[in-house]
Design a protein around this ligand. Structure first.
Ligand code: GLA
Length: 397
């Protein structure tokens, strides 16, 4: 991430007074009929960063199948930054020595019933300093399609440096035009490719991410494998629900479940929140070395069903009481998922006032993680929740 806070603050101020002149980006919602539910899969960055290569990706694909993750819905195997090699005399991008044959890798991943994702930048360099797609957008999209790529994460990186020295209105145009350019390049290939914008949420991307073709857009900077950063990002999604829906999702970054930096209840909070947010579920751990608990958490079918619900509604925060939060997500079957989150590091009591949540009479509830029917609850139900833990209730009206 290269863009400075100074740029962002300056841009925000100036943009407020020029709002009336917007609309340069042609309105076109993401419509390539992919990502009708939030994308699920794996991404190399959180665990492997630059230590990713062909053999590792194949091993992850194998583990995605043998662990049961594929059958639970995890389909995309996404290579992040550092696969890029040199361009040849014609400008065609080649993978570097870590990835000797990208087409063969895609064939392998496809043979497992999975899909392959790749990464680039609208700038001339990626965040890790490898070749970006600037001025080669059509050529690169064509190459990806020829390899059999199914997902592109397009990360602002060095384009941010150009924006930093531009007037705010110019900067925003540079950024949006760059995303439109790759959208059109992908469309021209005719291949259905999930288009994932990554620019850390600048310029309230949720307002325009779908217009520039995004099937998902990162709403924040990078996640790290600890509770405080995960919570800052996850709970920070409050208010963004109206921008998400089938084909276009808010993306609070990849999962850290199984990477070791959080306690089980903290990872439970992480995946519960992401599922309620209808966020992409991209595992970010080493799938070849998972504990039984990690596999159980990632493949919990009730949690996945919450994330993948056909209605595609992102949860709203309905109560914030100090460190206690209640979130609510309407489901296609008429039920509601109510998430009770204790952000404090010691246990706390949360009182759910069902009147306040819009319920007229007592409801029957199912505790999702405990897989237990709780019967009819009183209109003010009390729950004791451990530190950094969560209770998910499925309630029928
Ligand atoms: C940025 C992105 C990360 C990752 C790295 C790769 O920081 O936000 O998710 O893709 O670049 O360099």
């Amino acid at each position: 991430m290269t863009i400075s806070n100074k740029f962002i603050c300056g841009a925000r101020l100036a943009l407020a007074s020029f709002a009336i002149f917007l609309g340069a980006v042609p309105a076109q919602a993401a419509s390539n009929s992919v990502a009708l539910t939030p994308p699920m899969g794996w991404n190399s960055w959180n665990h492997f960063a630059e230590k990713i290569d062909d053999a590792t990706v194949r091993a992850q694909a194998d583990a995605m199948v043998s662990s049961g993750m594929r059958d639970a819905g995890y389909i995309y195997v996404n290579i992040d930054d550092t696969w890029e090699g040199e361009r040849d005399a014609q400008g065609v991008i080649h993978s570097n020595a870590k990835f000797p044959d990208m087409k063969a890798l895609a064939d392998y991943v496809h043979s497992k019933g999975l899909k392959l994702g790749i990464y680039s930048s609208p700038g001339d360099k990626t965040c890790a300093g490898f070749a970006g797609s600037l001025d080669h957008e059509e050529q690169d999209a064509k190459t990806y399609a020829a390899w059999g790529i199914d997902y592109l994460k397009y990360d602002l990186c060095s384009l941010g440096e150009k924006m930093e020295h531009a007037e705010p209105m110019v900067a925003r145009k540079i950024m949006r035009d760059a995303y439109v350019k790759m959208r059109d390049a992908i469309a021209k290939t005719g291949r259905p490719i999930v288009y994932s914008l990554c620019q850390y949420g600048y310029d309230s991307v949720w307002h325009w991410g779908a217009e520039v073709g995004g099937n998902a857009w990162r709403t924040t900077g990078d996640i790290t494998d600890n509770y405080s950063r995960m919570a800052e990002i996850g709970f920070g999604q409050a208010g963004l629900s109206k921008f998400a829906g089938p084909g276009h999702w808010n993306d609070p970054d990849m999962l850290e479940v199984g990477n070791g930096g959080m306690k089980p209840e903290e990872y439970r909070t992480h995946i519960s929140l992401w599922a309620m947010l209808a966020a992409p579920l991209l595992a970010g751990n080493d799938l070849t070395a998972m504990s039984k608990e990690t596999i159980a958490m990632l493949t919990n079918k009730d949690i996945i069903a919450i994330d993948q619900d056909k209605a595609g509604k992102q949860a709203d925060r309905v109560v914030a009481e100090g460190e206690l939060e209640i979130w609510s997500k309407p489901m296609a079957d008429g039920s509601t998922i109510i998430g009770l989150f204790n952000r404090h590091d010691v246990y706390n009591e949360i009182v759910v006032d069902f009147h306040k949540l819009g319920f007229k009479k007592p409801v029957r509830a199912h505790d999702v993680w405990a897989n237990q029917d709780l019967g009819k609850l009183p209109m003010d139900a009390h729950f004791l929740i451990g530190g950094h833990d969560v209770i998910l209730l499925k309630v029928m009206r």
